[in-house]
Ligand binder design. Structure first.
Ligand SMILES: [Zn+2]
Length: 510
């Protein structure tokens, strides 16, 4: 055996390993792109990252398993097959051929990364994350002290902790997040895309009360970076800030959930409200418990609490915990308890039945719509409406503001392909028993962040300047930041990193 043979073997080994590593990476990245589109639809990078990492937290292992099978195991199997063929014909393949194959593998990897970027725009996402924004620290104009000071809509960001908020005779609050509930499921006359309205009761309820819209027909808050997955929507509506996906990198520091933020929970707690979060999933998911306990000392009643005390019927169980029949039945019990304290209360709750990939059916679901998901949507409409009817009969109803709001547009891709690219997707909103009103409810541009000051105003609070976080009180004469500066500009800025947010809101380094 010659020394040259050893060199040759080494070269072959390096080229071969090189080929298989790149082949594997190419297959992984290509299949991952297909998998994401299939599982989540047309979503933004931040939403994907958050959803995937949150799944690692334990609640929905099916997402993780599906990923491992389709995007890791499948490429491995393909590599093994090719490797076997390679081994059988090893003597017929020249080093030159191996080098060409490796080169092709590298090109394919570049191609598949490029394809993924076309789908999700993650290069723009990385670029934004490396740029800094100054929207949070831009100098504010001197406030002119007039008696009728409504505020200044050139201000983009108002630290909610510094805001002057007053109000004596304020209402109780019931805040209902509706999972994946969007207006596209209404009929065409009402501003949706369906022939038959999938949420007839809630459309009526929105029409009879206050519902802000981006158009003349029914509508709502637009999808916006950092606000359109469940926990991000809760953060946006509670703090007037989008959720940064940077927090993913510091999951271990998650002990504190945006410690520098002032939320609606903090504000109501300071004013003596007793607060409760009721959910039929697990409170630990995506840090939900920390957000609500650390901001306003909410008492949390989640699936485990309900289950341990025998408050979940067998028929109500789902993969996540329990369905919305369970939620509304227990909400009534919890409201009776809260009302008995004779303190002002805030009950925040979140539904789940319309969750992706295909929702949960229950014994109350109709069968009269075209598909399973439409029936579930219709069921949600009926159940929420029945719950509001029950509230109407309670002694506390007149002093209680009810906010019903879609947390984000749906990610159930199999059931949302009727939504055309040029249709503006918006979440459902309805405010019942608002203490203030405005004629300016149509043709508004707003995001989930504007709900923070808007909800407080509806409860009867006065917010000096009408701005909290990046949110604007929709009842005030001010333009929202997206109306004043345009959606594109604000959305681009919030995706950039910010020293202010890192130091003052997230407090990463403390
Ligand atoms: Zn149902």
């Amino acid at each position: 055996m010659h020394i040259g043979d050893g060199m040759e073997n080494k070269k072959v080994l390096i080229v071969t390993s090189f080929f298989y590593v790149f082949l594997f990476l190419t297959l992984c990245s290509f299949l991952t792109t297909l998998w994401i589109v299939d599982s989540f639809g047309n979503v933004k990078t931040d939403q994907i990252i958050y959803t995937i990492f949150s799944s690692l937290d334990g609640t929905d292992m099916s997402v993780v398993i599906s990923y491992l099978l389709k995007c890791i195991l499948l490429p491995l199997i393909i590599c093994v097959f090719i490797g076997y063929g390679h081994y059988r014909f090893r003597h017929k393949i020249q080093l030159k051929g191996k080098i060409i194959a490796s080169f092709l593998a590298v090109i394919s990897l570049v191609g598949s990364v490029f394809y993924a970027d076309q789908q999700f725009g993650f290069i723009g996402y990385l670029k934004n994350a490396n740029n800094k924004t100054d929207i949070y620290t831009a100098p504010k104009k001197q406030v002119i002290t007039e008696k009728e000071y409504f505020g200044d809509d050139s201000i983009i960001y108002q630290d909610a902790g510094d805001a002057v908020i007053t109000g004596d005779n304020t209402n109780n609050l019931i805040y209902i997040y509706l999972e994946s509930y969007e207006n596209a499921f209404m009929d065409k006359n009402n501003g949706g895309l369906k022939e038959k309205n999938c949420l007839p009761e809630l459309t009526q309820l929105a029409q009879n009360n206050i519902s802000f819209s981006h158009q003349e027909q029914m509508g709502g808050a637009i999808s916006f970076a950092g606000t359109d997955w469940t926990i991000a929507s809760m953060v946006a509506q509670s703090t007037g800030l989008p959720l940064k996906t940077d927090v993913l990198n510091t999951m271990d520091q998650y002990d504190s959930f945006m410690p520098g933020a002032t939320t609606i929970g903090d504000i109501l707690h300071k004013r003596g409200y007793i607060q409760e979060l009721l959910i039929c999933s697990q409170k630990e998911f995506a840090g939900t418990d920390k957000l609500f306990i650390q901001h306003g000392e909410f008492q949390i009643v989640d699936f485990n609490d309900l289950n341990e005390t025998g408050r979940v019927y067998r028929s109500e169980r789902t993969d996540w915990g329990a369905n919305d029949q369970c939620l509304f039945r227990n909400a009534k019990e919890e409201l009776n308890k809260l009302a008995a304290t004779e303190q002002k209360f805030n009950l925040t709750m979140a539904t789940l039945d319309c969750h992706m990939p295909s929702g949960y059916t229950c014994s109350e679901c109709p069968t009269t719509y075209d598909n399973r998901y439409e029936n579930i949507y219709a069921c949600q409409s009926k159940q929420v409406n029945e719950f509001v009817d029950w509230c109407r009969q309670q002694s506390w109803f007149a002093n209680t503001t009810i906010v019903i709001i879609g947390d984000h547009t749906t990610m159930a891709t199999d059931y949302s392909d009727f939504i055309s690219e040029d249709y503006t997707r918006t979440t459902y909103n309805c405010i019942i028993n608002s203490k203030v009103t405005t004629a300016n409810i149509k043709n508004r541009t707003f995001t989930a962040m504007d709900m923070f000051p808007t909800t407080l105003a509806a409860m009867g609070f006065e917010i000096k300047g009408n701005k909290l976080g990046l949110g604007t009180n929709l009842f005030s004469p001010l333009q929202t930041v997206t109306e004043k500066y345009g959606v594109e500009y604000i959305e681009q800025e919030v995706q950039k990193s910010s020293d202010y947010l890192d130091e003052h809101i997230y407090q990463f380094n403390r």
